[in-house]
Ligand binder design. Structure first.
Ligand SMILES: C[SH](C)CC(=O)O
Length: 267
């Protein structure tokens, strides 16, 4: 059938990202929900996924990736989400900031700034696209900070500068979180903090906040994407609220593929 040709055309493989990402768990759930018995989810990394996407797209070949919004790929390529009638990927998601318990007591000014942190898909997109076009993450973030003092002033409104307090931010190398973490590093440094950032996989990121070896992370995708981590560490972290709403995860394909739904992948 038409759908089978799609499966054969990609060797029944979905190109995923790092194995600990919530989108990978959601995709395994989709494979079960839609009975995609012949399909396999290939894990790798965000960078490997976007490299595979570029290769396929430039050759106008079929590819199915685990995709999310916000991400620069939608600005660079003509892509679409496959409809998810069974809701394996949930609905509207949010990016939350999470902090270790005790953060408010130990680093009250940072707790306030991290709780105030909120920006738009466009704000993040500017930085992601600059990085994708070759800018260093810290330079792209500094350029955005320099051009958006008014937005940052809202985050730091009424907060006193500190004198060299140390703070550690954990994140995963997703393009969205590379952007946000580099911005927050600069904002906290400008407020007097000595900031270190640690890039780890999703599981170790949540573990680091829960065991206090990291002070905070800007990479909590909730309510569904990181539900397993949030449940596992319930009571061992503080949710400092959403820095962005209206985000999304799902299966994404180039618009030149004539499928519209995950159901089209069934035999
Ligand atoms: C790939 S999304 C940024 C986050 C996740 O799937 O865990």
């Amino acid at each position: 059938s038409e759908a089978g040709s799609v499966g054969e055309s990609v060797n029944y493989k979905i190109t995923g990202i790092d194995p600990g990402a919530g989108i990978m768990e959601a995709t395994e759930r989709a494979i079960t929900d839609y009975e995609l018995d012949k399909w396999d989810l290939v894990s790798g990394s965000g960078a490997a996924m976007t490299a595979a996407l570029k290769k396929a797209y430039d050759a106008e070949k079929p590819i199915i990736i685990t995709g999310w919004t916000p991400h620069w790929k939608f600005a660079k390529y003509d892509l679409k989400y496959l409809e998810d009638p069974k809701g394996s990927y949930g609905g509207e998601e949010e990016i939350h900031t999470i902090g270790r318990t005790g953060l408010q007591e130990d680093l009250p000014e940072a707790h306030q700034i991290l709780s105030n942190f909120s920006w738009s898909e466009e704000d993040m997109g500017e930085i992601m696209i600059a990085i994708q076009e070759g800018e260093k993450p810290e330079v792209a973030a500094q350029n955005w900070v320099d051009a958006n003092a008014d937005k940052i002033a809202v985050w730091t409104d009424g907060v006193e500068k500190v004198n060299g307090d140390a703070i550690k931010l954990a994140y995963v190398a997703w393009d969205s979180e590379i952007a946000s973490t580099n911005v927050m590093k600069i904002v906290l440094e400008d407020m007097g903090y000595k900031v270190t950032t640690v890039q780890v996989e999703a599981g170790p990121m949540w573990t680091a906040v829960a065991d206090g070896s990291a002070d905070a992370s800007l990479a909590g995708w909730l309510p569904l994407t990181h539900a397993t981590y949030a449940e596992k560490f319930d009571g061992k972290f503080e949710d400092l609220g959403a820095s962005m709403t209206g985000v999304k995860i799902g299966l994404v394909v180039p618009s030149y593929m004539d499928i519209t739904s995950i159901e089209d992948l069934q035999e």
